[in-house]
Design a binder for this molecule. Structure first.
Ligand SMILES: NC(=O)c1ccc[n+]([C@@H]2O[C@H](COP(=O)([O-])OP(=O)(O)OC[C@H]3O[C@@H](n4cnc5c(N)ncnc54)[C@H](OP(=O)(O)O)[C@@H]3O)[C@@H](O)[C@H]2O)c1
Length: 300
């Protein structure tokens, strides 16, 4: 551990898992001013954010999770850490979520667990919070199993189902791949039949922080209000960066033979009722970001 939080801990510290990730880092950045804050990292020790103390943690190690949680005794835990694939998918994404939930319940911490729209089957959109998981691929199965274990271990937890997390400054990994491909003239195909309720990382982080201070329990959809296909998003992104959208070929998820949920549109009526945070559409988020022709280096 290094750099203990400096603010007073009248209300108890917060712990953000995966604070080196796209979402966790933004949560830590926004929450740092309002609470003493600890963030966990696993393999990447990135530049520290002001006001954030960092601790290395493998959430797939039950003893390590318990040691860290007992030592820091957070009042709030926002759990973003995960693995999307690979041999550690089950250990980190499923077991890790369960260890965090057990530890949170044991010390009475408020838990906000981040889940995903890809646990849905993609054939019955739009989905409200009552939608039952019907995952099509191992990552979807893992997120569904994680939800179930979290619900069992920490029934008071908020479980946030979200969608593609976007950012343009700097671009999130998928946007960066699109931009780099266009810059380098690499062929790129995006599906017209994979629909997502993309959410801006700043909005999602603010919503998670807001939820941490509420008592809402169970599943809550927190996503953007503008369902778009990956192809439509790519076209908009290209135009935002002054690149030629014609470099993107329209493809079909169905025809590709890949087992992926196609339309995961999330109904966010409940989130709009519960939260003050405004969940901006994809178009609004792009308009809010300064239009920026980019010169990125070649991707390795
Ligand atoms: N990105 C999306 O479009 C999207 C869409 C829907 C839902 N979600 C959900 O949102 C959450 C955050 O996603 P993200 O895109 O922000 O993730 P990300 O950028 O890939 O970051 C993943 C984080 O998990 C940490 N991590 C990996 N293995 C770990 C382990 N064994 N123990 C502890 N931490 C570990 C990483 O730490 P190091 O970097 O230090 O290794 C990193 O901080 C996930 O729960 C994901 O399922 C994401």
């Amino acid at each position: 551990m290094k750099m203990a939080p400096t603010s007073s801990q009248l209300n108890g510290p917060w712990l953000v898992t995966g604070a080196t990730g796209l979402l966790g880092r933004e949560v830590a950045r926004q929450a740092a001013g309002r609470a003493a804050l600890w963030g966990t990292w696993f393999s990447r020790e990135l530049a520290s954010l002001d006001g954030v103390g960092y601790v290395q943690l493998d959430v797939g190690d039950s003893e390590a999770v318990w040691r860290v949680v007992q030592r820091l005794r957070p009042r709030v835990i926002i759990h973003t850490a995960y693995r999307k694939e690979g041999p550690d998918l089950q250990r980190v994404t499923v077991q890790g979520a369960a260890y965090i939930a057990h530890a949170a319940a044991e010390i009475g911490a408020r838990l906000v667990h981040v889940s995903s729209d890809v646990l849905l089957d993609g054939e019955h959109a739009p989905y409200d919070e009552s939608a039952r998981p019907g995952p099509l691929h191992p990552y979807g199965v893992a997120k569904a199993d994680a939800e179930a274990l979290v619900q069992r271990a920490a029934p008071n937890a908020a479980i946030v189902r979200t969608s593609l997390i976007c950012c343009v400054q700097p671009p999130d990994p998928i946007s960066a791949w699109v931009i780099d491909s266009l810059l380098l003239g690499r062929p790129i195909t995006l599906f017209t039949d994979e629909i997502r309720s993309a959410v801006w990382v700043q909005d999602l982080a603010a919503a998670l922080i807001e939820l941490a201070d509420q008592s809402f329990s169970g599943v809550l959809n927190v996503a953007g209000p503008q369902p778009l296909s990956r192809y439509q998003m790519g076209q908009r992104l290209a135009r935002h960066y002054g690149l030629d959208p014609a470099g993107i070929t329209a493809g079909s998820s169905l025809a590709s033979g890949l087992r992926r949920p196609r339309n995961c549109t999330l109904d966010i009526t409940l989130a709009r009722r519960l939260l003050r945070t405004r969940l901006r559409s994809y178009d609004e988020g792009l308009a809010d970001a300064a239009p920026s022709p980019v010169m990125r280096g070649p991707v390795s």
